[in-house]
Each structure stands twice: as C-alpha cells, then as structure tokens.
Design a protein around this ligand. Structure first.
Ligand code: FCB
Length: 465
C-alpha cells in the first residue's frame, strides 16, 4: 500500500509507546443488515427507522453494508490496513430474539465465525454487548425505563460470554449510555424516540445498573479485561455570566459526570442529583445499586468527537429539542471554524484537555479511545480513489492531540478510529460517511480512502520502530 500522506511530517512524528495499539470500530445495526435472517428479532432501531419521519429520508439499517455476509472481506480490509484490534458490537436481538428466554444459536454462530476470522488474521476482538439495539420485545415491557431490563441485560451478557468467552478477552458492556438514555428518551432523536424527562432519568440509572449487573456476571465467568465506553463532550460557557457558567455546569453534569463519576466513585455527583430532582425526574436509585455500578473496571473507553459552548437562554424557534433534562433554557452555540457534515466543530486541543481531565477523575484507570472520527463529503474520484484530505487532517491532528495527553502522563492504551467502513449513521442515515473505507451503497463495493492509507502508514511506522 503506497503512502498518499498529505501531512508526512505529522505522520512521521507520531510515535507511540511500544504496546500501544491501533484499531477501528463499528456497531452491529450500523453495518450488519440481514435484519430478518437466522431468526433475528426486531430491535428498537428497526421500529424507529421504519417509523415515518424519524430518520433522514426514511433510511433504515435493513441492508446497511451487508457485513453479515461480507464479514470475511471486511476482516481482510482490516488486515490490509494493519489493524491489530477490531471493536464491534453484538446484536442482542440476534442472540435473544424476544430479548430474554429463547437463545438463537444461529445469531451466536455469526459472532463465532467473525471472531474466528479475526483471530486467524491476528486481529484482537473487542466486543461490546450493547450498542443501542434493544430487542423490541423488551421495549414493549418498558425498555430501559424498567428496572427489569437491567437484569435481562446481565442474563444476555452471560449467554454471550458462554458462547464467546473462550476466544474473546476484551469485554465492554455499553456503548455511550448517555446517548441511549438522553437522545433515546429526552430529545427523542434516537430510538425509542421518547420525549419525557422521567423516562430519561430512569433510563440513565437502569443502563448504569445494567452495566454493573452484567459486569458482575462477566467477572464470575473470569473476565479480566472489562470496560465500558462513554462519550464525552467538553462543555464551556459562552461567557463568564453566572447563568452561562451554570448552564455549562448542568450540561457537563449530565453529559460527562453523571456517567463517569458513579462508575469510578460509586456515587452520582451531588449537583446532578439535585438538578434532576429539581426537574421532577429524580434518579430511581435503590439501596445497593451504586456499589454494583461502581465495581472496579479494567479500562474505560472514551469516545470523543467535538466540544460545545453553551449559554443560558430560551432555545430559538426551530432548534431541535434539548437532549438534557431541564435543559430547555440552554442553547448550544454553532461551532466556529470548519465543521464536518454532521455540523460538528473540529477541536483536537479539546481532546487533549478532555483526556487530562478524565485522567484526573479516574486515576489509575487505563483509557482506550474507543471512537474518534469525522464525516465529510466523500467522492470516488476519476482515479478510483477517495481523496478525503479533511479526514486525513482530522485523524492526524487527533492522534497528535492524544499523543500530547499521553506525554502529559495520561495512561491511554489504544485508539480505535470511527469507523472502519461508511455505514448507517443512525437518524442521519447513509448521508454521513465516517469510514476509513468508502462503501458504494448500490454495489457494496469497498474502497480504502486516503485516510485509511494514511492510518495504515501510521500503524506501519509504529510497528517498525
Ligand atoms: C457515536 C456512536 C457511533 C457513531 C458515531 C458517529 O456516538 O457511538 O455509533 O454513530 O457517534
């Protein structure tokens, strides 16, 4: 693979400690397709995406990038890029079509085949149990607003471990519980599309409880490399006016601290507890829950995309509903400078600061970057390549920012790019391309983008050092 690196000095200067690893990430519903194959049951994302008006142009994950059948080709691409790890998620409704009870062996067999293929190519599987695709049958019984779902999640964790525990070492419970809880139940921008503060705070706590219960089940089975992935968005006030400072405190509370702090200290932050209670949506904590939630982790997954600046004030007409409980009086400002096609700003400096902050909050806990990436207007050029210079720039600047945090003493063990492939970007459908590999959705043809080649160069330099 030849280098097309537009920033050779940056790529060459990117030296990481020996043992640091590079991978790429995906999620089941975003890539697999094959939604009615091998006994899979429906998930909340099937229901949501098939509900008119919920997703961009009604896009669904029905076909996605056909990873369910094309996985050997996709693993070969990982090998070509030189990845040493692959982060993927298991679809709960493939394994338990009704959410609980009857186990579908054909669903488990798919993940066995995938993992075996990875291991054969020398790629380390990092398995996430839940990346947002709750079985619809459980949603029909209250979903994450119901405490019972936490227990069902722990059962599911045990079932997946019984099938794959002999070949998968790295286990993660949840991907981004903040998004499942708050976009799913407060803004309603994601499945199950609920807009209700009480439901949202119940979902927050039951997701974290589900994590803790599942972690217990995995520990009993001997898992010794257990983590969870959180998404962090640094929040700054637009001014030093007390109202703006307080708006940033509240959003930071729900976005970042409400998830990180109980996991590492066994207690919710007091100000967040008070904010939620004041909004009439208290966290439904029962005796003993926080000890379960705060059980030790082996690593913390960090997803970082952008930072936000906020101010107090009424949300202008036409602004989407807030994702934050009681956040109706907070406005997120438009980012300055270049924005990705998601409308997100680009701020590698905030990535460095974030990692230093997490390092202080969670001393002694190794971090893994489980997602970082960007969406741009990609096109296959006449020469057959995809010259995604902006993604190359984003990738190299974020790797450099990560390296700076590590030089400052933050313990980061690896980096997963989001994403291996262009895929179904949830409510934004196929319009947003995050892949290192381009996918032509008509033909399912995969083309490694320039960013994929540059990433491969970075990895090769790292290996050869
Ligand atoms: C994260 C999700 C991932 C993907 C990226 C762009 O919030 O975990 O599935 O959609 O955003």
């Amino acid at each position: 693979m030849s280098s097309t690196d537009s920033r050779p000095e940056l790529a060459a200067g990117l030296t990481f400690p020996p043992g640091f690893f590079f991978g790429a990430a995906t999620a089941a519903y975003q890539i697999e397709g094959a939604v009615d194959v091998d006994g899979r049951g429906p998930s909340i994302w099937d229901t949501f995406s098939h509900t008119p008006g919920r997703t961009f142009q009604g896009h669904t994950g029905d076909v996605a990038v056909e990873h369910y059948t094309r996985y050997p080709e996709d693993v070969a691409l990982m090998k070509e890029l030189g990845l040493s790890a692959y982060r993927f998620s298991v679809s709960w409704p493939r394994v338990l079509p009704e959410g609980a009870g009857r186990v579908e062996q054909r669903g488990l067999d798919f993940y066995r085949r995938l993992v075996d293929e990875l291991l054969e190519q020398g790629i380390d599987p990092w398995l996430t149990l839940y990346h947002w695709d709750l079985p619809q049958a459980l949603q029909d019984r209250g979903g994450w607003t119901s405490r019972d779902t936490s227990a069902r999640f722990a059962d599911y964790a045990g079932i997946v471990h019984d099938a794959l525990g002999d070949r998968v070492r790295h286990w993660s419970t949840l991907n981004e519980p903040m998004v499942s809880a708050l976009l799913g139940h407060q803004s309603g921008a994601h499945a199950p599309g609920v807009r209700d503060a009480v439901s949202a705070s119940r979902a927050v706590h039951h997701l974290l409880l589900g994590h803790g219960l599942a972690a217990g089940v995995l520990r009993e089975r001997g898992v010794d490399h257990l983590g969870i992935t959180l998404n962090f968005t640094p929040m700054s006030p637009a001014s030093d006016r007390p109202e703006d400072v307080d708006a940033a405190r509240r959003l930071d509370g729900q976005q970042n601290r409400m998830f990180l702090v109980p996991l590492v200290t066994g207690a919710y932050p007091e100000d967040v507890v008070a904010d939620l209670a004041a909004a009439g949506a208290p966290l439904p904590v029962e005796d003993g829950d926080l000890e379960v939630i705060g059980a030790p982790l082996d690593w913390l997954g960090v997803n970082y995309y952008f930072e936000e600046t906020v101010r107090a004030g009424a949300r202008p007409e036409g602004m989407p509903p807030t994702s934050f409980i009681g956040g109706e009086d907070v406005v997120e400002l438009d980012p300055e400078g270049v924005t990705t096609t998601m409308g997100w700003g680009v701020s590698p400096e905030a990535f460095t600061r974030l990692l230093c902050w997490i390092g202080e909050q969670a001393p002694g806990l190794p971090l893994v970057i489980t997602e970082n990436g960007s969406a741009w207007e990609d096109e296959v050029s006449a020469d057959g390549a995809v010259h995604d210079a902006q993604r190359v720039d984003f990738l190299l600047r974020h790797l450099a920012a990560l390296r700076t945090a590590m030089a400052d003493g933050v313990d980061v063990r690896g980096y997963f790019a989001w994403s291996l492939l262009d895929n179904y970007e949830w409510a934004r459908g196929y319009a947003q391309r995050f892949g290192l590999v381009h996918v032509d959705y008509e033909t399912q043809r995969r083309t490694v983008k320039d960013s994929g080649r540059v990433y491969a160069d970075v990895i090769r330099h790292h290996r050869e050092r």
